[in-house]
Design a protein around this ligand. Structure first.
Ligand code: FAD
Length: 448
């Protein structure tokens, strides 16, 4: 684990608490480190470089629904480099003659591909009026979308006006310079306004914990679901902040002149944010929360594996699609070997009250996804949206995936359905966590 020898004489820079068991789950930090850095991280990196996972459609223009959008990040590194629609493969944009879903479209039928049912059919007697107006079709779609959205833990915005494709490989998550009141307001409202019950921890801007780790143990009076909620948010917060430390604008710090910037790890920034001495001993626990959110997402992938194995990952580029499907099979098999998956059935299992708790849990995450529209830095907003836990929580808690072993993505019951956007964010969100854990290993080495 971490230890900075430069400090030599005391334990101030020892991240000693970042070891042992991950709270509320039956595995430990070392197991996750090894599993991630050796098995998951290299595979995931190559999956995420594929066209299917690289292009993400999001609405970054939505205005903040909660307060006047006061500040925008002025640094050029905050902006998102948009991509030309022509660069996005046709299959991803949703229309191609080869697409598996094409056979169900109106165009396919009008093109004469409908099967002739044979001559033993009395056309007059068996006439069924299947004409349904376009307006009615739109209505059905709205109902279906509405029903589907009830299970969602985030708001999907890829179909909204203003949504655009972004090439994630051109917009790496890194230091953007977004900070100060605007950033603090977002974090504060995520932790405090969305926490369960009324928080007694009124927060200043110094590193005072929203909920001190000493109050988070089982038996402390805070129920498991509330602890999990806090740990998930804190883990995502750690992940974002590790990325900005690992990909810091060194040219700003050292006075280099370079248009594109000089980027790399900034150990002092990492220590300022996570060392026990700078954070009233909270930092290592915040890092441990990163491991917690990692195992939660890992479990979601494992649970949805039978479904994900049958996805087509269609971009219209036959060879690339085939390679990606094979790589995903291999990736899901590796995930299956993880020895101590998070057990989601321990949550929301306390009788009648737990239904209400689950409902509140979902509403809070949906609210957080709306708060992302208040983030005053486009790049942070993009990655903030992508890292939302929406798909993972839907898999774990909507009940739709509880018997996924026998179900496939082409299951006609429509019971299971993940949109491409959801799959892309599931994998990318996990990719961010996996990268963060990998970057921790680099910081460990740099601090030795
Ligand atoms: C959604 C979102 C995305 C962002 N993306 C980026 C980005 O891509 N690049 C970038 O440079 N900046 C990004 N930021 C800003 C960044 O997260 C910090 O807010 C900013 O750098 C200011 O840091 P700070 O030191 O003031 O503390 P902050 O990170 O703003 O933290 C505020 C307070 O929260 C507490 N805290 C800190 N970490 C944790 C934790 N893990 N768990 C629990 N409590 C904690 C501390 O008490 C701290 O004082 C993003 C902010 C948000 C809200």
């Amino acid at each position: 684990y971490f230890y900075s020898q430069s400090n030599g004489n005391d334990d101030k820079l020892c991240f000693c608490q970042l070891q042992g068991t991950i709270d509320d789950c039956a595995c430990n930090v070392d197991t996750v480190d090894h599993f991630n850095n050796m098995k998951i991280y290299p595979r995931l990196n190559s999956l995420l470089a594929s066209d299917y996972f690289r292009f993400y459609k999001a609405n970054l223009k939505q205005s903040c629904p909660f307060w006047a959008d006061d500040s925008r990040c002025a640094m050029k590194f905050c902006s998102v480099q948009s991509c030309d629609e022509r660069d996005v493969p046709e299959g991803i944009k949703g229309f191609s003659l080869e697409s598996p879903s094409f056979k169900y479209t109106k165009d396919a039928h009008e093109g004469g591909t409908i099967v002739d049912c044979g001559s033993d059919l009395n056309a007059e007697l068996s006439y069924l009026n299947t004409s349904i107006s376009d307006k009615a079709h739109q209505g059905f779609q709205l109902w279906a979308d509405h029903d589907e959205a009830q299970d969602n833990f985030c708001i999907l915005d890829d179909h909204q006006e203003g949504a655009e494709y972004v090439d994630l490989s051109l917009n790496p998550e890194r230091y953007t310079g977004y900070k100060g009141d605007s950033a603090h307001r977002i974090w504060r409202s995520i932790y405090l306004e969305n926490c369960f019950g009324s928080s007694k921890h009124k927060h200043s801007l110094s590193f005072i914990p929203y909920i001190p780790y000493t109050e988070l143990s089982a038996g402390s009076g805070i129920c498991m679901e509330e602890r999990v909620f806090y740990r998930l948010i804190s883990g995502l917060h750690s992940s974002i902040n590790i990325h900005l430390c690992a990909n810091y604008l060194l040219s700003e710090k050292k006075g280099f002149m370079s248009d594109s910037g000089v980027w790399g790890p900034n150990v002092e920034e990492f220590i300022r944010r996570f060392s026990p001495s700078e954070t009233a001993n909270e930092g290592p626990h915040w890092l441990k929360n990163l491991y917690f959110v990692y195992v939660v997402e890992l479990r979601a992938l494992a649970k949805a594996a039978p479904y994900l194995r049958n996805e087509t990952y269609f971009t219209g580029q036959a060879q690339q699609d085939e390679e990606l499907r094979n790589a995903i099979q291999d990736f899901l098999s590796v995930i299956n070997t993880f020895p101590s998956h998070f057990n989601e059935t321990t949550m929301f299992s306390g009788g009648v009250g737990s239904l209400k708790l689950k409902h509140d849990f979902r509403e809070k995450f949906r609210n957080i996804s709306k708060i992302m529209d208040c983030v005053g830095c486009d790049k942070c907003r993009l990655w903030g949206k992508l890292q939302g836990l929406g798909t993972a929580l839907k898999i774990l808690f909507s009940g739709k995936f509880d018997n996924a072993t026998s179900l496939a993505s082409d299951d006609k019951s429509e019971k299971l359905k993940l949109k491409r956007t959801e799959i892309v964010s599931l994998f990318n969100a996990f990719g961010r966590l996996s990268t963060s854990i990998n970057r921790l290993e680099h910081f460990r080495k740099l601090m030795r």
